[in-house]
Design a protein around this ligand. Structure first.
Ligand SMILES: CSC[C@H]1O[C@H](OP(=O)(O)O)[C@H](O)[C@@H]1O
Ligand SMILES: Nc1ncnc2[nH]cnc12
Length: 287
């Protein structure tokens, strides 16, 4: 069996994986438009990796402008079975100190409907389960890798995803905290939803960079502070990816690869030809 391919979507501050060898750039088109940038494929300790900078090289795309559907479709085209997302996040809890790593196990969607968040539509209806939005197996590997890399890591937690690009108001921040969320960011929704629809495992290495604006003894979040923390921790993020990759060179043993098995509602002979063609890579085997 071919070796599983691991995708990495790099967030703020992670625009390349320096340790890759046998590097090739792949420019892809998808039925959903253009991905954020060329994919970089290469080997990390012999494991095939595909890297994509979420905001494009040079950080050109707002969280709302990222073409999440194209990014995930491109990963699928390249045979990716597991996606490691790397993201900068604000901490919503005292004990998650800037510099710590969180491996979230839940998402709370506060985006504002501006992002295409499903591959379905245009005559085909599908409803995937999303109660547990993160692949537990992949998350466990990432947590262990973070600990082995020497990071202070938190296993599990809720990532609230706001639309951005502005950071939150103090009132919003305090209300989110009262909801019990752990970290805040702007990108993991709809990325995680689309990975599930594409039957790709998804989990995030979230690097806490700030205390948003709720903490009386800490400065309000600013890009300056976020970038300083990222700069100090990007080597750790790369180390986590490298350690995780070594553990992920085996076929997966979770349910993510069959997420669509019972999800498609539409009577098969009523699915328009054009939609069939557009979604062939994602749903072809169920039609
Ligand atoms: C640079 S702070 C705000 C920015 O960083 C996070 O992006 P990513 O998840 O791609 O690391 C956050 O979601 C915002 O987009
Ligand atoms: N406080 C914050 N809010 C939203 N996204 C972030 N990314 C990093 N810090 C953040």
């Amino acid at each position: 069996m071919a070796q599983p391919v691991i995708g990495v979507i790099g967030g703020s501050g992670l625009y390349e994986i320096e340790q890759l060898t046998d590097i090739r750039e792949v420019v892809l088109d998808t039925p959903f438009g253009a991905p954020s940038d060329a994919y970089v494929t290469g080997l990390l300790d012999g494991v095939r990796m595909i890297f994509l900078p979420r905001h494009g090289r040079g950080h050109r795309l707002l969280p709302s402008e990222v073409n999440y559907r194209a990014n995930i479709h491109g990963m699928k085209q390249l045979g990716v079975e597991r996606i490691i997302s790397v993201s900068a996040v604000g901490s919503m809890k005292e004990e998650i100190v800037p510099g710590h790593i969180v491996i979230p196990d839940q998402f709370f969607d506060r985006t504002q409907g501006k992002r295409a968040s499903t591959f379905f539509g245009e005559g085909v209806v599908g409803h995937v389960q999303f109660a547990d939005p993160v692949c537990a197996d992949l998350a466990a590997v990432l947590y262990d890798a973070a600990v082995a890399a020497g990071a202070v890591a938190h296993k599990g937690g809720t990532y609230i995803c706001i639309e951005g690009p502005n950071f939150s108001t103090r009132a919003e921040s305090n209300i989110y905290r009262s909801w019990g969320v752990d970290v805040i960011g702007m990108t993991n929704i709809p990325e995680a939803r689309l990975a599930r629809e594409a039957e790709i495992c998804y989990a995030t290495v979230a690097l806490a960079t700030d205390y948003d604006c709720w903490h009386a003894e800490h400065e309000d979040v600013s890009i300056e502070a976020v970038l300083a923390i990222i700069e100090h921790n990007v080597a750790t993020a790369r180390d986590i990816i490298r350690r995780a990759a070594r553990q992920l060179a085996t076929p997966r043993d979770c349910g993510c690869g069959e997420a669509l098995k019972y999800a498609i509602m539409t009577q098969r002979d009523r699915i328009p030809e054009a939609t069939r063609n557009k979604l062939e890579l994602l749903i072809g085997r169920y039609l």
